[in-house]
Write a protein that binds this ligand. Structure first.
Ligand code: SME
Length: 278
């Protein structure tokens, strides 16, 4: 009968998609990044053990958010069950008492870290821990870097809509540009869309005419909505202004669910559109 060992690990995240990983600096696993934690002592429940371990190892108190994964390892002499909990810091300074090194790993770095079992879906998990506002904050930083110093309109629009679409998971994200008195389809992500939209027509043409952001919780209730896809249920359209204050384009985003967009989307997307200099 193989011995059963039960351990716990803390996936401490910072709400911005980074997790705290530690390195032991000794033994077989010394160069591997891992999550802090340890053995469950007799009479302890898993969560108690985790709180104790993190206090002993890092002088930090944690808030346990949920059990994220249970990983089973089969070794020749024992079977190890590791329960991994998603946690946040409650208080404490992450002082290294038992580790050689520690650092916050970003989502991209995590994907390349040695031992993390891929089937944890951890990267997706971390994205899920970010609320809309946090995602937009990161996205805005990324877009500032992408657009800074770039003068080609197509390059800017292409990267901006790809960044938004990837970070937020919308159904359709793209630009329509004002050209010869109408809106003409520009760079976008998602299914094929209508090519021309007239001034004052649909949600896009209305945002252009009124020179303001349109938030449409239910496209079926918007008179004159132009259905490029029958799957679209709600929409936000933000005008892009030139330095002279003319509407030169609109950013159009569609969702497959009703009531996707609110004031948070409006605020951040307006900020993003101010970075787009066409
Ligand atoms: N629904 C938009 C047309 C563009 S597509 O959604 C991509 C509108 O009513 O203006």
């Amino acid at each position: 009968m193989r011995k059963q060992i039960n351990v716990v690990a803390a996936i401490i995240h910072d709400g911005e998609g980074r997790v705290f990983a530690t390195q032991r600096g000794y033994g077989e696993w010394k160069d591997y990044w891992e999550f802090p934690g340890g053995k469950i002592e007799p009479g302890e429940c898993a969560e108690e053990a985790l709180r104790r371990e993190i206090w002993e190892e890092l002088e930090t108190r944690i808030v346990i958010e949920r059990l994220e994964a249970t990983v089973e390892y089969d070794y020749p002499k024992f079977h190890l069950t590791m329960r991994c909990y998603l946690c946040r810091i409650e208080s404490g300074s992450l002082t290294l008492k038992e580790h050689e090194a520690a650092r916050w790993l970003s989502m991209r770095e995590l994907e390349s870290v040695g031992w993390l079992p891929a089937d944890w879906g951890l990267v997706k998990t971390l994205k899920d821990t970010m609320n809309k506002e946090e995602r937009y904050r990161l996205l805005t930083k990324q877009i500032r870097a992408l657009t800074d110093g770039e003068t080609d309109a197509v390059a800017v629009m292409a990267n901006v809509c790809a960044a938004i679409h990837g970070a937020m998971g919308f159904f359709w994200t793209g630009f329509y540009r004002v050209k010869e008195g109408a809106l003409l389809l520009g760079p976008f992500q998602g299914p094929v869309a209508c090519t021309h939209i007239g001034f004052g027509c649909g949600v896009c043409g209305t945002a252009w005419e009124r020179r303001e952001t349109m938030v449409v919780p239910d496209v079926e209730q918007f008179p004159g909505h132009i259905a490029c896809s029958s799957q679209s249920r709600s929409e936000i359209v933000v005008p892009v202004f030139s330095r002279e204050g003319e509407v030169v384009a609109v950013l159009d985003i569609d969702s497959k669910e009703r009531s996707t967009f609110d004031d948070i989307d409006r605020r951040y997307l307006e900020e993003i559109c101010r970075m787009v200099k066409l």
